[in-house]
Design a protein around this ligand. Structure first.
Ligand code: MG
Length: 259
């Protein structure tokens, strides 16, 4: 099942999508919902981020380039960071490069959406708490990383977390390929088998620290190949089975700077 949020005629809707056919739903995608009977054509709507996350947690530096490079021992404390929910944008929206810098980085990632409260869960049980998956772009301005190692500011600018195009509830996250194309040229293409901290382990670990809640989004790390890009470039993050998340990088406008 593929869930979306979208606007049509200035109204925001939730729905399911199959091919081009969108069926409006009402209710709670995590709980009770039903079809209204109203349908839309994908070409007549604007897709939004498929959910408004409760919180967004990312894992840092989580991919190697080949299986032989996977470390024998996992880090005792993986590098996690939070991104503000105000940084979320949907497909086709512009990613705004902050004032004072010319380039920022894209990071195509599998985003896991938590479906129910999770505390102290075992690795074996993790997938029971997952509602579905979308594609995330963990946009990053390393120029704003603090010299003491804190990433928060460089991850937090408005527009720095594109999500979409859909939430796919039926996906095996252990064997998907995370891809990115910049202006049509492939830059990232790795299987989730190349994750240093696998999904079950990272979510189990997090749940032992904090209670994960419905609507939490976990960005599971980006394959090797992310690079700096400037205004005008188009980034397409893709996971087959979910879809392609396309956004354009744009320079901040003076009017936005002075506000
Ligand atoms: Mg990342």
């Amino acid at each position: 099942m593929k869930f979306i949020r979208f606007t049509a005629n200035s109204t925001t809707y939730k729905g399911t999508i199959e091919g081009r056919e969108i069926k409006e739903i009402i209710g709670d995608i995590f709980g009770v919902w039903e079809y209204t009977g109203k349908t839309f054509d994908k070409n007549d709507v604007k897709l939004l981020a498929p959910l408004e996350p409760n919180q967004i947690i990312g894992i840092g530096a989580n991919f190697v380039s080949k299986v032989e490079e996977l470390p024998k021992e996992l880090p005792e404390i993986p590098v996690f960071f939070f991104k503000p929910t105000s940084s979320v944008i949907g497909p086709e929206e512009d990613i705004i490069i902050p004032g004072g810098i010319k380039e920022i980085k894209f990071e195509s990632e599998l985003a896991v959406i938590i479906g129910k409260e999770a505390k102290n869960i075992s690795e074996n049980d993790v997938l029971d708490y997952v509602f579905g998956y979308t594609v995330g772009n963990d946009v990053t301005a390393p120029q704003f990383f603090h010299e003491a190692g804190h990433w928060t500011i460089g991850k937090s600018f408005d527009t720095f977390t594109p999500l979409g195009p859909v939430i796919e509830t039926e996906l095996d996250p252990s064997e998907v390929i995370v891809e990115a194309r910049l202006d049509g040229v492939e830059k990232q293409n790795s299987s989730t088998e190349l994750m240093i901290v696998p999904i079950r382990k990272m979510i189990s670990y997090l749940s032992k620290v904090m209670t994960l809640k419905q609507g939490d989004v976990i960005l599971t790390g980006s394959p090797v190949g992310a690079e700096f890009v400037g205004a005008g470039s188009i980034i397409e993050c893709e996971i087959k089975g979910i879809g392609t998340l396309k956004n354009t990088f744009a320079a901040v406008r003076e009017s936005q700077l002075n506000r």
